[in-house]
Design a protein around this ligand. Structure first.
Ligand SMILES: Cc1ncc(COP(=O)(O)O)c(C=O)c1O
Length: 387
């Protein structure tokens, strides 16, 4: 039988196109809160630069000046952290973050994806039951898949369902790991960490919280929802990322010292990958030292988010969540793409988020706001949405 080369792949791409779900990479040039795309200047409503610091010229200048004689800082670590890549900046950041959280230890990873796919398989085995919120991020799901653990999902934010699953299945396993995001990336709503901690105390499971969209944004010091909900000491695994509000790259785990030692020995995404570039680590350290002082940015981001949500609700939109991530659920992929294009033609970059990133039939415009937006930006978005 003659086979056409790549036929299996091209057939799958055709299916995606038929479902209006074919992804492409766009050519984009960022400029502060705007991006340039196909010669159009668009307000970037899809960036996770929540504090609006990625392109803050004053901050960048201060950073370059802080490098002083170290201007010629390498762009690569050229080796794993376990070999010669463990640049001294790692220790500085890990010590700083552990002290900010007042916890024993912090361990850096190359990204949130590396963290979730490296920590979960390392700490779970076939005697582990993982129970995760139905809406957790793909990187968590991939971490779960790589582990040999049994996996169950509880309905989104439904802690009665979680408790039911624990009582029905928990007894058969040596340990239970419950996983949730704190601020959910596609819905912008929050986990109730206090409620999860009450359950943890009742059933003695380990609690793993991904704070990717909360660090830098929530809490007086920007430590995340765990700071805001006063739960730092009760969460076994707190994961934060640097690629969003920190405007850098990488991720961190806040944990006990023993877990840090364990992961240095067992986590494959830490061991078998080149360490982060020293220049990036320098920038991360620079931002981490300043994070507490960004409370004005945090406050104005919250004010804008509340204003936007109230205006949307008053206009009759189905709005979820209570964070800077504000999804407007459209439903069908095609309609969502059309509205996204309409926004683009009017100066706004709001990509359509479609399945499998979100459940089938819930394609949405995901507005992620930045502290550098102003009220006029929001008012114009509302006018466009109304029309
Ligand atoms: C909840 C969550 N965890 C982890 C990640 C992955 O983080 P990173 O982009 O650093 O790989 C993301 C990214 O969008 C996320 O939303």
């Amino acid at each position: 039988m003659t086979k056409i080369k790549y036929q299996h792949f091209s057939e799958q791409l055709e299916v995606l196109k038929e479902k209006n779900n074919f992804r492409t990479l766009k050519k984009i040039k960022a400029d502060g809160k705007y991006i340039f795309h196909e010669e159009k200047k668009l307000l970037n409503c899809s960036s996770n630069d929540y504090l609006g610091i990625a392109d803050d010229k004053n901050l960048l200048m201060e950073f370059y000046q802080s490098l002083g004689n170290e201007m010629y800082f390498p762009y690569s670590s050229n080796s794993s952290r376990l070999l010669s890549g463990n640049n001294e900046e790692y220790d500085k950041i890990e010590t700083l973050l552990a002290s900010q959280y007042a916890r024993e230890a912090c361990l850096l990873f190359n990204s949130g994806y590396h963290a979730n796919t490296g920590i979960i398989p390392a700490i779970c085995d076939r005697n582990t039951l993982i129970i995760a919120d139905r809406f957790v991020h793909a990187s968590i799901l991939d971490g779960i898949k790589i582990s040999n653990a049994r996996y169950l999902r509880y309905n989104h934010l439904d802690y009665e369902h979680l408790e039911k699953l624990i009582t029905e299945h928990g007894d058969h396993y040596r340990q239970i790991l419950v996983i949730s995001e704190s601020v959910f990336s596609m819905d912008g709503d929050n986990a109730d960490l206090r409620e999860l901690i009450l359950l943890k105390k009742k059933y003695s499971f380990y609690l793993y919280i991904d704070e990717a969209h909360a660090v830098g944004v929530s809490g007086n010091k920007g430590l995340g929802l765990c700071e805001e909900q006063n739960s730092i000491n009760d969460i076994d695994f707190i994961v934060g990322t640097f690629g969003k509000a920190y405007s850098s790259v990488g991720a961190y785990l806040i944990c006990d010292k023993l877990i840090k030692d364990f992961l240095i020995n067992k986590s494959r995404t830490l061991i078998y990958t080149t360490a982060l570039p020293p220049l990036n680590l320098k920038w991360t350290h620079f931002i981490a030292k300043k994070m507490e002082s960004f409370s004005d940015k945090r406050n104005s981001l919250m004010r804008l988010s509340i204003y936007f949500k109230n205006e949307l609700k008053n206009t009759g939109f189905d709005v979820r969540g209570n964070s800077q991530i504000i999804p407007v659920i459209i439903g069908a992929n095609k309609k969502c793409i059309e509205i996204s294009e309409f926004f683009e033609n009017n100066g706004y970059y709001v990509p359509a988020v479609k399945p499998p990133t979100v459940p089938e039939g819930t394609a949405r415009l995901r507005f992620s706001l930045q502290a550098s937006f102003d009220k006029h930006d929001i008012d114009d978005i509302i006018i466009l949405l109304k029309s």
